[in-house]
Design a protein around this ligand. Structure first.
Ligand code: GDP
Length: 296
């Protein structure tokens, strides 16, 4: 279910409830059940949905509400604040500072959009006056370096990589050292992905992280992966210190629930979303406007 559809269904469930003369336990349960179904079909993981439902019931105590209160409004507000809470882990992600070298490492499965997103992230910060640089430590996928090189050249961002070196740790360290010497303040390390979560991938990620000591590890997740989002995000978090999430491919048939699940699994905020293949199809992620849009 795409985001707009989810919002529409939640809004309809609330409207249906307001058609009922008396909002009692039964009407509230029917409304919450419909919202639960909508969230599950949008790939929000089941434990999260259950938690949200019980939280709303705690907030909305129908018996205690004085007559005349707008109960529908109160329920609506509870849903809004629960969705915001699910998307806000309570601490902001590390923010790079200008003129002070920061290392940001990107991790994620192959095809998630890591390489594309690295350039988008670099380009975004370059426009804000940072001096970014890109390091291709993906020695697994043939063509990864060429892709990064092409993107970086288009955006006029310095890059580092190798056609012959097969040790990703060595390339990552060399690249980071070089760009620190060149006074770049945002050194972005693209790492290898795999088609699925594999022990070798996680071991490689750990080694690159240990050698480059990133200030921030960004987990890149494809929004269309469905109910697998929670487990996948959690598996990455268990291997490296993920500090932020970027959700890609939010254009097209994107499901919104993955974002909520990834935040819950990594306890890290979503910082950007990818909305297309081009460099500037990249948006800062803000919780409240996102949820407002979601609820229409
Ligand atoms: P990687 O294997 O994780 O490095 O993935 P890539 O960066 O090579 O991206 C895989 C595919 O997804 C490419 O065809 C990208 O153009 C595409 N892609 C990446 N981000 C987005 C996005 O936000 N929207 C859309 N529609 N496509 C994207």
């Amino acid at each position: 279910m795409v985001l707009a559809e989810l919002g529409g269904r939640i809004t309809r469930a609330l409207q249906q409830m307001s058609n009922v003369t008396i909002i009692d336990e039964k009407a509230l349960n029917e409304c919450l059940n419909e919202i639960t179904r909508a969230l599950l079909q949008s790939d929000v993981s089941f434990p999260l949905v259950r938690e949200m439902q019980s939280n709303i019931k705690k907030i909305v105590n129908l018996e205690e509400l004085a007559a005349g209160h707008n109960k529908r409004r109160i329920i609506e507000q509870a849903i809004f604040s629960e969705l915001c809470k699910m998307l806000d882990p309570g601490k902001p992600a590390f923010a790079p500072k200008k003129a002070k070298p920061s290392v940001v490492m990107f991790v994620g499965l192959q095809g998630a959009g890591k390489t594309t997103t690295c350039t988008k992230y670099a380009y975004y910060h370059q426009k804000k006056g940072y001096k970014p640089a890109l390091v291709c430590a993906d020695t697994f996928r043939a063509g990864a370096f060429d892709q990064l090189k092409q993107n970086a050249t288009k955006a006029r961002i310095p890059f580092y990589g190798s056609y012959t070196e097969s040790d990703p740790v060595k390339i990552a360290v060399e690249g980071v050292d070089r760009f620190k010497k060149e006074n770049c303040d945002l050194i972005i390390v693209d790492t290898s992905g795999r088609h699925k979560q594999e022990a070798t991938l996680f071991e490689e990620m750990r080694q690159v992280a240990e050698a480059t000591k990133p200030d921030l590890v960004i987990f890149v997740m494809d929004s269309s992966i469905g109910q697998a989002a929670f487990d996948q995000a959690q598996a990455f978090k268990q291997s490296v210190a993920v500090g932020a999430v970027i959700i890609t491919k939010m254009d097209g048939h994107a499901k919104g629930g993955g974002a909520l699940s990834a935040v819950a699994a990594t306890k890290s905020p979503v910082i950007f979303i990818g909305t297309g293949e081009h460099m500037d199809e990249f948006e800062v992620f803000d919780v409240k406007p996102f949820v407002s849009r979601l609820l229409g």
